[in-house]
Design a protein around this ligand. Sequence first.
Ligand code: AMP
Ligand code: GLY
Length: 421
Amino acid sequence: MDILIIGSGGREHAFAIGFNESKSVSNIHVAPGNIGTSKIAQNHDIDISKPELILELATKLSIDLVVIGPEVPLVDGIADHLMKSEIPCFGPISRWANLEGSKKYAKKIMKKLNIPTANFVELSKISTSYDILNIFNPPWVIKRDVLAGGKGVTVTDSKKTAISSINYAIESDGRVLVEEFLEGEEASILVIMDESDYVCLPPSQDHKRLKDGDTGPNTGGMGAYAPAPVVTPSILRRVEEQIVQPIHAYLKNQEFPYRGCLYIGIMIDNDGAPRVVEFNVRFGDPETQVTVPLISSDLGELFFSAATGNLSESNVDFHNYSSATVVLASNNYPLKPITGDVISGNDVIIEEGEIKAFIHYAGTSVNNNGEYISSGGRVLSATGIAPTLKEAVEAAYQIVNNIQLKDSHYRSDIGFRALQR
Ligand code: AMP
Ligand code: GLY
């Protein structure tokens, strides 16, 4: 089959690599794609915020499966458009994309299904003081009820910052959620689902804070690894019983069921109890870069089966390896990244026995001289795959340590929670 991937990040490069290794896939197209995808697929420079342009491209290319990377086209209803045109789409219709698009909607569904999550209140009236800040203990968690590209959540110990974040959100969006702070360790559970079945992929852990030791501001994600040992088999069973099965049972019985990946961000407390921090309606970035390489079965066949409601007929197998990815970010990320600088030292790959490491490209372009240059906040990530996590992390660092990009930065402790266990 011919596949069209929508998006331009490291996640989409990881999909393209996975499809390139799939027997079921003949041609790979990516819109708009990046320098990494251009090496193994055909890029198409279209405006993916316009569903009609995606539909037009998919039709023109006689695409058999469209795979949506980022959340915005899903919330905007790309899957609904494709469904009307009978083009299989990996990614849910806009109604279910609201599980990510609106935190309030996600909370409503969790409450209805008795899924464990933090208590919250909704506020919609501007004030100079809010009673809830005296009821919930600090740190306070303030969540905007809109897609905010990873910048919609404030976690703060300062009452002043909490009040100004609440006011800002109410002024911008008309409402805001204030949530109880959950203690514990976070993990990402990516679940492929349709009406026939669900499959939990190996649990992973992102590193959302900019700096080592989980300090500094929140980012889109500075690195990840899988499988994450914090999610023990018994915790994964609890996640399935208390979270995955109830939401899957609900979504599969709808007229238009969920088809795609549901990303469940969980917090695991000291007793091993999981609670939902967030739902995303897509694969995570950079979680994809460490998850897709662990899938040993045909990725094209897996995604196609979920997009057409036949997941139960698909056999999914995994490699018995660990993986780690280290994100190289440009100067001033996550504020306003400074881009346009030349990248060098990015031509190394590792293939030593069972240890492999290579680059997933994201915000990288090529200039008129054919040199690689930075063009986004997260420029690329170096990914290692190996029999042990330690080897995977070391291989990823061997690649990223070799790269030169002016004033770029990366975390030096990816995987530390697992390696310290
Ligand atoms: P979200 O966009 O909902 O994933 O939130 C971004 C990050 O804020 C999460 O990855 C957590 O690290 C943190 N966060 C969100 N909600 C909570 C909560 N209720 N308790 C503790 N941390 C949270
Ligand atoms: N890595 C976090 C996300 O994709 O939302």
